[in-house]
Design a protein around this ligand. Structure first.
Ligand code: HEC
Length: 201
């Protein structure tokens, strides 16, 4: 009887040890983000693919955004988020991604997305502003030989334009002649066009 019980004890101990070795902790997944950094223009969408060393890995991320809006925590196998700068300067969104497989999490990896502000262009910003404010004198068919509905003419006269629109509205040579002073935002837009490189498009 005693021998039987002892044998049973040995056997069950063996089973226990055996089951322990079979139940080894799963190897933590190693995450890879492609690309590891990204640069967007404001209003653009991230495109970051997440893969892992272990099949069936899931990914969850958190994000810290500075000067950017639109980034949110989430999960999935790719990060596709529309990011917009909140100010006039570039911002960043730093994602921290944790892979998990078979109940085990791997180390977090991070991806930094830089978001640049949209540059001011003649076609999108400057032409509509000048066409609205300098009509009809400086448009094709208008009395003044300087045409602000023409990129080359506007670009070549931008410093004179800035001088005239920043004068006091009562000063000689103030532009728009007979009109009211451009808003501070519109004058800032003209200055930013210069700073951004006088782009046409
Ligand atoms: C009502 C007509 C009229 C409007 C509107 C007008 N201008 Fe003029 N502009 C003139 C006349 C006339 C002259 C020539 C006299 C002078 O130089 O002041 C002129 C001259 C200029 C010059 C000098 C060009 C040179 O070669 O020296 C600039 C720059 C200018 N305008 C910019 C503007 C801008 C920018 C606007 C709109 C925000 C504007 N003007 C609106 C009539 C107008």
């Amino acid at each position: 009887m005693k021998t039987k019980i002892f044998a049973l004890f040995i056997f069950s101990t063996f089973l226990l040890l055996n089951s322990c070795t079979e139940d080894e902790d799963p190897i933590p997944p190693v995450a890879t983000a492609t690309p590891t950094t990204q640069t967007l223009t404001s209003g653009g969408t991230t495109s970051i693919a997440l893969t892992s060393s272990v099949t069936g890995t899931t990914f969850a991320w958190t994000v810290v955004q500075t000067g950017v809006s639109g980034a949110t925590a989430g999960s999935g196998t790719s990060i596709d988020q529309k990011l917009t700068v909140t100010g006039a300067v570039a911002g960043t969104a730093t994602y921290s991604i944790i892979p998990t497989a078979n109940g085990t999490s791997g180390s977090a990896i991070s991806v930094v997305v830089t978001v640049n502000p949209i540059k001011v262009t003649y076609t999108a910003d400057i032409k509509p502003l000048l066409v609205a404010s300098c009509t009809p004198c400086h448009l094709s068919g208008g009395a003044n030989p300087n045409k602000w509905d023409n990129y080359a003419a506007t670009k070549s006269k931008i410093s004179v334009i800035l001088d005239r629109v920043q004068r006091e509205s009562t000063a000689a040579g103030f532009m728009p002649r007979g009109g009211s002073k451009l808003s501070a935002a519109n004058i800032a837009l003209l200055n930013k066009w210069v700073a951004d490189g006088l782009l046409e498009n």
